[in-house]
Design a protein around this ligand. Structure first.
Ligand SMILES: C[S@@+](CC[C@H](N)C(=O)[O-])C[C@H]1O[C@@H](n2cnc3c(N)ncnc32)[C@H](O)[C@@H]1O
Length: 274
């Protein structure tokens, strides 16, 4: 088995186990308020950056459907795709529960078959999980092809230089571990991440993760390895341009107003196909 297949298997194995439980966690924690904020940002970027009105939206790696379902509620025609069948299943259940209609399918972010079909494409919280940089470029090229002219892509990456500490930051990598605990009424989510290896030439970190979800009725504990690519602002800009996107704007932490010296945890890029 080659290195790429191995990396993909690791990512997907982690995804399967983690995301089978993630919907459960997401719906009970701050992800709900974060999603509202992100949806507002997405609508702002549709209005501001697309050259025509956005109607058809594709979400590559849609996860448990928080963005596609939210956008469908706001009147957009949404299509979602994710590699992990558990996630597609959660998104379908969420859409049904909330009474919205969305096209959902299982599929890899590097084998999108669409051509000039969408006004907007989302690739959120996923690029750093793809098994290698060729896959990132392939994914971005296919997103570019899937967009109509004047349409936009919104994608994001974790900022490795974020100094507030997070599992993706250089600070955590130097420390060798990252610990996080989120408590909400009736539930505690703990993650303990340890650095297994860091390839500083290619910006790739391997983590051993333990996630513990304790709720009043059940406890889930799972351990996985995760491969994470630490992209810089310039890395991603280079890939966006190589994929054909010439108009790219970065919004640190989903903030609409630019700040002079942003200390961003997340870098959100809005890119237009001209
Ligand atoms: C951190 S979640 C983000 C989900 C969603 N975009 C959100 O913001 O809620 C990452 C998602 O990427 C998916 N994923 C990982 N590798 C993928 C691939 N090669 N193709 C498509 N989806 C993938 C996982 O199954 C998971 O649902």
């Amino acid at each position: 088995m080659n290195r790429l297949e191995n990396a993909r298997k690791t990512v997907l194995k982690a995804s399967r186990s983690y995301y089978a439980h993630l919907g459960y966690y997401e719906e009970r924690t701050r992800a709900v308020t974060a999603t509202e904020h992100e949806l507002n940002f997405l609508e702002f970027s549709f209005r501001t950056h697309a050259t025509h009105r956005v109607r058809d939206v594709l979400d590559v790696a849609c996860g448990s459907g928080r963005h596609v379902v939210g956008l469908a509620h706001r009147g957009y025609k949404c299509t979602g795709q994710d590699y992990t069948s558990e996630q597609v299943h959660s998104a379908r259940a969420r859409a049904k529960r909330e009474g919205v209609s969305i096209k959902l399918s299982q599929g890899d972010a590097t084998s999108l078959k669409y051509e000039s079909e969408f006004d907007a494409v989302l690739a959120l919280y996923v690029l750093f999980l793809l098994p290698d940089d060729d896959s990132v470029l392939t994914c971005l090229r296919q997103v570019h092809r899937a967009l109509k002219s004047g349409g936009i892509m919104v994608c994001n990456i974790a900022n490795p230089f974020y100094d507030g500490g997070n599992w993706f930051s250089l600070k955590s990598i130097q420390q060798g571990h990252y610990f996080n605990e989120i408590c909400v009424p009736g539930m505690r989510y703990t993650s303990i991440d340890q650095v297994q290896d860091f390839d500083s030439l290619h910006g790739v970190a391997w983590w051993q993760e333990t996630h513990i979800i304790e709720a009043s009725d059940s406890t889930h504990i799972f351990r996985e390895h995760e491969r994470l690519r630490l992209f810089t602002y310039w890395d991603i800009l280079h890939y966006l341009q190589a994929a054909g996107f010439e108009q790219n704007k970065c919004y640190p932490d989903w903030k609409i107003k630019p700040t002079k010296k942003p200390k961003a945890e997340w870098l959100v890029f809005v890119s237009r196909k001209d």
